[in-house]
Design a protein around this ligand. Sequence first.
Ligand SMILES: NC(=O)c1ccc[n+]([C@@H]2O[C@H](COP(=O)([O-])OP(=O)(O)OC[C@H]3O[C@@H](n4cnc5c(N)ncnc54)[C@H](OP(=O)(O)O)[C@@H]3O)[C@@H](O)[C@H]2O)c1
Length: 422
Amino acid sequence: MSADLTTLHTARTAPGELPGTMSAWVIREDRLGEPKDAIQLEEVDVPEPGAFEVIVRVMAAGVNFNNVWAALGQPISIFRYGDHPETGHHIGGSDASGVVWKVGDGVTRWKPGDEVVVHCNQASYEDVEVHGLDPLAAPSQRIWGYETTWGSFAEFCKVQAQQLLPKPKHLSWAEAASYGLTYFTAYRMLMDQANMQAGDKVLVWGAAGGLGVFALQLAKAAGADAVGVVSSDEKGKLVEQLGAVGYINRNEFAGMMRKGGETPEEEKARFKTSRAFSNRVAELLGGEQPNIVFEHVGKATFPTSVLTVRPFGKVVICGATSGYNLDFDVRYLWMKQKEIIGSHFANAWESTRANALIDEGKIRPVLWKTLPFDEVANAHQLLRDNQHLGKIAILVGAKDEDEGREETTPARPGAIRAEVGA
Ligand SMILES: NC(=O)c1ccc[n+]([C@@H]2O[C@H](COP(=O)([O-])OP(=O)(O)OC[C@H]3O[C@@H](n4cnc5c(N)ncnc54)[C@H](OP(=O)(O)O)[C@@H]3O)[C@@H](O)[C@H]2O)c1
């Protein structure tokens, strides 16, 4: 059945009732490949909520790289995971803002009509890790809209009730859908995993990127000094606007990037450039090395991160954009008693606390572009081709990029509009 977008911006049923079908951007196993071909608009059945589940009418969705990987089927096909074998389709999208439309058995905290944003961590209520350790440790843990279907690139999405957070009223639907995945990840990395304190010194790689813009704002809000690394002076201006004490254009230290397969001489030369970079970081931090390094670049930067962090300092890492096989001189780790900490997304408690800072206007989303629903596949192709300059939000139920914003007392600013960066 072909999708009908004429009613996209009108509620076809009253809250509490679901229509039979909906428009959705769907990936199927037999057409994995480039996002523009793999992600296609279809009319699919609207799911019913199970126990402790909620159906949300999506007003806006946020674009993340994970749905590019889902489209490509790399490095693994997501069709082996979660509810994919059962439904046979993947509706991606791990960030959403919207309205609670129908609740399943057992849901008492939320009711139809509530305005929400969604965090993307799921775990089974029955796993014991959820009740005392951390949902991220549960065997059933999944990233919604990546390792599960029923994500936000559809008129309705299906989530666990614990994924819901109140929508900050001063943000439009588009702004509210733009920050969850990256911001909540940065929050866990710095606030809980690295235990960032006032007076700390922080080095942030990819500082104008999806994670970086929030790492800088969190450091500023916590009373820590941060230096951001970027690849252009234009991005450096955004980094300063976000509260960093300074930025470094990494092109000035291109020789520090680890490529692999180096001769001993090349390795020595790389180390020398890393040392110069490390000195420049300390200079910008008032003569002190950082005690926290915020890592997600991986292979290219990890040896420099371990070298640059202060003795007894922490390198906290959640990704590896440049490659996940890391090697580094371990003597700098053990002799100086440094720590490496792995981190992955955030739990409901962390997401709630982080969302409260957005609600209070202490942290602001950073948005590049808002696109209409029919641009979902093209938006992912932009990411795939590295043609994007920052964060993209997609209008689903919302008609325009300002819809959903309410006046608050005191007045709070919305998203930072950035020409480059996240
Ligand atoms: N585990 C989790 O829960 C989780 C959550 C979110 C993201 N991630 C992962 O974290 C990574 C970053 O995510 P993001 O949303 O921040 O991506 P992003 O918006 O693309 O930003 C990443 C930034 O890293 C910098 N970078 C890229 N390649 C580099 C290299 N070779 N050397 C130095 N810097 C480089 C770039 O900035 P410059 O060019 O300006 O330096 C880029 O803007 C991704 O791999 C993502 O999959 C993991």
